[in-house]
Design a protein around this ligand. Sequence first.
Ligand SMILES: [Cu+2]
Length: 159
Amino acid sequence: MFHRPLVALTLSALLGASPTLWAATAADSVRVDDPYVRLMPPGQPNTAAFMVLENTDGADHAVVSAESPAAKVVELHTHTHEDGMMKMRQIPRIDIPGMGVTTLQPGGLHVMLIDLVAPLAADQTVDVTLVFEDGSRKTLKAPTRRPGGQMPMPGAMGH
Ligand SMILES: [Cu+2]
């Protein structure tokens, strides 16, 4: 009985004085701007999610995997130029340097949605969950968007 108020007081003083005791997770530190999923022509089983990842923390962070109920397989990809062709390649992580910005965009880094569970519609929102290097997770609501002029050729999307 005697100790309880003292313990409570000490704890709240500690937390109030030192918020940094609560280490922010990567998911807390990385802001996601403008997420969207590219709307592909009917019959295309694969598409990709794009977004801007902004690291508000001084420490480096990374996305190490991604998940979505909309696709059977979700991979982290980048594009490389080989023999004059743009090709996609799976990568183990997408780094976001401390206080830096990493942009996922057509022709570059993207979250690949492979084997869509159902065709996507123009007015649809797709859940995409990013998993960070510390195990923290962030789920985005990414609206579908028709591709603009900067798309790679459809042939480069094949797997
Ligand atoms: Cu890809």
